[in-house]
Design a protein around this ligand. Sequence first.
Ligand code: GLU
Length: 448
Amino acid sequence: MKQVEGRIKQIFEQVVRRNPGEAEFHQAVKEVIDCLGPVLVKHPHYADQKIIERICEPERQIIFRVPWIDDHGEVHINRGFRVQFNSVLGPYKGGLRFHPSVYLGIIKFLGFEQIFKNAVTGMPIGGAKGGSDFDPKGRSDAEVMRFCQSFMTELHRHLGEYTDVPAGDIGVGAREIGYLFGQFKRMTNRYESGVITGKSPLWGGALVRRESTGYGCVFFVDEMLKARGQSLEGMTCVVSGSGNVAIYAMEKLQQLGAKVVACSDSNGVIHDATGIKLDTVKRLKEVERRRIRDYVQVHREAHYSEGGCIWDIACQVAIPGATENELDERAARTLLANGCIAVGEGANMPSTPGAVKLFVESGIAYGPGKAANGGGVSTSALEMQQNASRDAWTFEFTEQRLREIMSNIHRSCYETAEEYGSPGNYVIGANIAGFKRVAEAMLAFGVI
Ligand code: GLU
């Protein structure tokens, strides 16, 4: 084991050296490979064949210029990315993020996570991620359209239903997917529905895809609680964010009888002890594209705190549904002190390494994003299935499939953690289960 640990340390040092300045990517790699010691001991040929070293190097990275003109005639230049990380299990699959914080390190961390997340779903999809440092906030529909058209004018040549299938992520919702698909169709003269997911159900999208990341995350929490003889009924919950993931996590929590008392956006936190009114959040965020602070104009019983920390609000179940590293060690300590018994990550890597350590050591039910937020990409895979067979399933049938997939992800992580001597540790379970599926395919394909 000592020798294996030395080897893993060496691999990590090499990743840091070869990818300087990409802090989030380093963090994502470290979390995965720190779990792999027992796997290398059991399967020494993974080490001989340098599977980890190969996985850490993306198969292909595309960086491109995205020029566009705003409503006042001014020219802007953004940077576009697509990191095609791994395609042994299926076409590259993963979302696009439009946010000013985007740079190569963010896209690589997300793409790396996506490989293992997609693998644990059991669906035939590889791992990728893309996006741009473009900020859609405050931009008109026409500006967003021109940006999306310029972005796709370059990216289209790298995509295809058998090659690479993007979807949404932060800053990329139904509106952007429409503009992107419209431009892909123009550039290629092909109505290739399966080239992008998260489409509107009016033109080839899957029902439940919009709800699936949030719903899936709550199903995962429900499974973790069930494994401990508990249920969500009557639990007080806090959900960070108020985007697509947070809104539908809140909806499913409420449907399952839990009480959601807080949500947030990048400006501040809403605390509504009487229970968050979801219709208001949906109207503010999905229709009017406003800030969450306006919630208190409608619901005077609620309290808004500008720049507040949502994790200071006492809860039994916490769903980080906003963004990476939003929940640090201090916040984890507060949650645990306030009696939190379950955390389900709706966002990607929302807990810092220090927070993860505290959650795991405390023995609470902690579902890392790689397992808990896999419902979104799984439903994307269901959308690809429907597109391939030119079919459209009902909401009920699709939601049932999602439920089964989340239950399978849970079982696979749970059993893998037991097999490797860490019962109840879903971090180890998800990382090892995902890694093994990818590693076996890579071995079968030879040195690729
Ligand atoms: N962006 C989502 C994720 O982080 C969805 C990706 C997809 O549907 O391809 O998993």
